[in-house]
Design a binder for this molecule. Structure first.
Ligand SMILES: NC(=O)c1ccc[n+]([C@@H]2O[C@H](COP(=O)([O-])OP(=O)(O)OC[C@H]3O[C@@H](n4cnc5c(N)ncnc54)[C@H](O)[C@@H]3O)[C@@H](O)[C@H]2O)c1
Length: 662
């Protein structure tokens, strides 16, 4: 069998007015590389069409910095349909088409025409030729085959067996010597590297809901740990300020309101504010900074949850707060700092449209303005922190970006390899309070597209949680109890729910049983890569690993390999994730519940591994909560598991010996 695109040239699709478009990514190839890029793109195209398409592709490369192959994009919105409406020879082949289309739907994707789902640059695959071929392969895929996808390129179907993954994806895994932004930029223009972010290239994005629960947990726990909020209290009367209303950052106002806070979120792009307003994810908008603070203060006095978008630059907002001595309780940032110079961070003084134009016309000037803006941004944060604000880096590589902009004193000892002077949210909050216990962003999608299925699964998940076990369980219980009334769904009928290893397994088995009984249609289980075991990233997911192994990527790779070995339906491993090329290795999975005994068996083997592999590593790093969790797991699962426990050396002894040796 040969799989190829048709030799009939598709008509050039019309671009729908009002749909956001990605900025020019920057064309920097020399003539020989340009020839390679062109030949690479034409590999997908039957020869008789080369004459016509070569100039079109070249134009895209020169003006957009990439060959997207727009002509091959299907017309209109790619909104996910119910699974039964897709063609396929196995349920997984159809299920992944639902997931891919959801990642690219107009109301979900950041730049749907450029295949970008979220995070400024996170793509499902590189171009529309790949998209078409992937869909064709998924329609043909059988239970005895595995589809291999390398940086968006479908390498083909390879013989495997029913218990093997149906799809294995890797994105942007670069050889160490070349594992940097500059070489990646060249590889991306050549058409051989895809920046998959996490769930964009792993086909598991579920809209901004995917991060609401994590943001909610982070804010609540920041309040408990840093503001003295009681365990059963919330952020009523407290002010949270941040930036970004994009793919992931758009979750911030919603999460802050759910946690009871008043929130002001700066956003330079009016279209993204409008998206969040129309979804009810942010309460209002203003261009007037004093009005934003006045309205927030009024809500705080009344103890009322509140959120407002400030249409403007975060730097202006923070400098105003600094000048007027306004107290901010919790402060963060979620601009796309993993890709500052590709347009992810809008320099102060430029409107969003000016930023897009300058990126195209004068990339060097844009870089200079970005650096200057980050320096001002940092200065404002420092002052506010000195006055009592708690600032945390929220996983967008902000501190590294500030360092790269020339502010060396943001790094401990001037060396970013030793970390930064401000904590990352994982270091202080999510690591010790959630990941070390195994709690992470488990999620599911009701592939039938029926809302009643989601309601049933919410109820079933609720019945699997004991709210009296730990504070985290109570938070999760409340979250899922209130999920429906909080209107979190954007795109497919999906839900996120932080759970630990056993909680995830319990829920997974329950769902598969519900599918078996015909109570609900098939369900896709998955998680964010940003999880206990899925990601090695020294400034983010593994920021609270202190045994020196935070520069290693063994855990994420083992997690991926272990999930392959145990037969998860889809497994993915990426370079980059939320923080940028060379700064993280991250992986995820998808598991289709079809109601079969086979799926029960895989769930029993894989779900615990997927979490406990990471808890075990965190325990080996001597993290106290991970050691407690692992010790208990060793006792309760002695029949099939045995995890190596560390001996913890006495600090005084080490001090004494090191002192003596000096
Ligand atoms: N913490 C996490 O768990 C997590 C998860 C996913 C992504 N991320 C990271 O968070 C960042 C944001 O992700 P996203 O999906 O929201 O990206 P995004 O690009 O969709 O959104 C970022 C938003 O910031 C706005 N912006 C840029 N500069 C600004 C400025 N100076 N002032 C005000 N607004 C500005 C942009 O217009 C954009 O809407 C990325 O770096 C991403 O990698 C973090």
């Amino acid at each position: 069998m040969k799989m190829t695109l048709s030799n009939q040239l598709p008509t050039y699709p019309a671009f729908v007015e009002g749909i956001r478009r990605a900025p020019d990514r920057g064309y920097t190839l020399n003539p020989a590389q340009t020839a390679t890029a062109l030949k690479n793109a034409l590999r997908y195209i039957p020869n008789e069409l080369h004459e016509q398409l070569a100039p079109e592709f070249l134009e895209e490369l020169r003006t957009r910095g990439r060959i997207y192959g727009y002509r091959f994009r299907p017309e209109g919105d790619l909104k996910a349909r119910p699974i039964d409406e897709y063609r396929g020879r196995c349920i997984e082949g159809k299920a992944f088409q639902v997931m891919i289309d959801n990642n690219l739907a107009f109301d979900v994707a950041l730049y749907p025409y450029e295949l970008v789902t979220y995070g400024e640059t996170g793509q499902v695959c590189q171009n529309w030729m790949q998209y078409r071929l992937i869909k064709m392969y998924l329609e043909e895929l059988t239970q005895d085959q595995t589809l291999v996808v390398e940086s968006g390129h479908p390498l083909g179907l390879f013989r495997s067996h029913p218990d093997a993954p149906r799809v294995i994806i890797t994105n942007a895994l670069m050889v160490g010597l070349y594992d940097n932004q500059e070489d990646w930029h060249t590889a991306m223009q050549l058409g051989v590297a895809n920046y998959g972010q996490m769930t964009a290239g792993g086909w598991m994005y579920i809209g901004p809901q995917g991060i609401v629960h994590g943001t909610f947990n982070t804010l609540l726990n920041a309040g408990r740990l840093k503001l003295g909020i009681p365990q059963d209290g919330n952020l009523r009367g407290r002010l949270f300020v941040s930036s970004g209303l994009g793919g992931m950052s758009g979750a911030q106002p919603k999460a802050a309101e759910m946690a009871g806070a008043a929130a002001i979120i700066a956003e330079v792009d009016r279209s993204r504010i409008d998206t969040r307003l129309s979804q009810g994810w942010v309460g209002g908008v203003t261009r007037d900074i004093p009005e934003a603070f006045d309205r927030a203060h009024e809500a705080m006095r009344e103890g009322r949850p509140f959120s407002i978008a400030y249409h403007g630059n975060i730097v202006d907002l923070l400098e105003y707060a600094m000048r007027n001595d306004i107290h901010i309780d919790l402060l963060s940032d979620q601009t796309s700092c993993h890709a500052v110079y590709e347009g992810g961070y809008c320099p102060a003084g430029l409107t969003f449209d000016e930023r897009t134009r300058m990126l195209h016309e004068d990339a060097a000037r844009f870089r200079g303005l970005g650096d200057a803006s980050l320096q001002r941004h940092y200065a404002a944060i420092r002052t506010l922190v000195e006055r009592g604000t708690y600032f945390f880096d929220y996983g967008n590589s902000f501190m590294k970006a500030v360092y790269d902009a020339g502010v060396k004193d943001i790094a401990r000892g001037g060396d970013p390899k030793q970390g930064f002077i401000f904590p990352s949210y994982v270091e202080d909050i999510m690591g010790p309070e959630l990941f070390d216990y195994g709690y992470g962003p488990f999620r599911w999608v009701c592939l039938s597209g029926r809302h009643e299925d989601l309601v049933k699964t919410d109820r079933a998940a609720l019945s699997c949680i004991d709210p009296n076990r730990r504070a985290q369980d109570r938070d999760n219980y409340n979250w899922i109890r209130d999920a429906e009334q909080n209107h979190l769904v954007v795109g497919t009928q999906a839900r996120i729910l932080y759970q630990d290893a056993e909680g995830r397994l319990r829920i997974a088995l329950k769902f598969n049983d519900m599918v078996r009984r015909g109570e609900v249609g098939p369900i896709m289980l998955g998680r964010d890569h940003h999880d206990v075991s899925g990601t090695d990233s020294p400034f983010r997911e593994t920021a609270n690993i202190k045994d020196g192994s935070n520069i290693m990527a063994d855990m994420a790779v083992q997690c991926f390999a272990g999930n392959c070995a145990r037969g998860m339906s889809l497994v993915a491993l990426h370079n980059g994730g939320g923080v940028g090329i060379g700064k993280a290795i991250n992986g995820g999975f998808g598991m289709v519940c079809d109601g079969s005994e086979r799926v029960d068996r895989i769930l029993r083997q894989a779900m615990l591994w997927d979490v406990m592999g990471g808890v075990a590593r965190r325990s080996w790093a001597r993290n106290p909560h991970a050691m407690e969790t692992t010790d208990e797991f060793n006792r309760t699962h002695a029949d099939s598991y045995c995890i190596t426990m560390p001996y913890v050396a006495d600090e005084a002894l080490i001090e004494k010996r090191i002192g003596a040796a000096k």
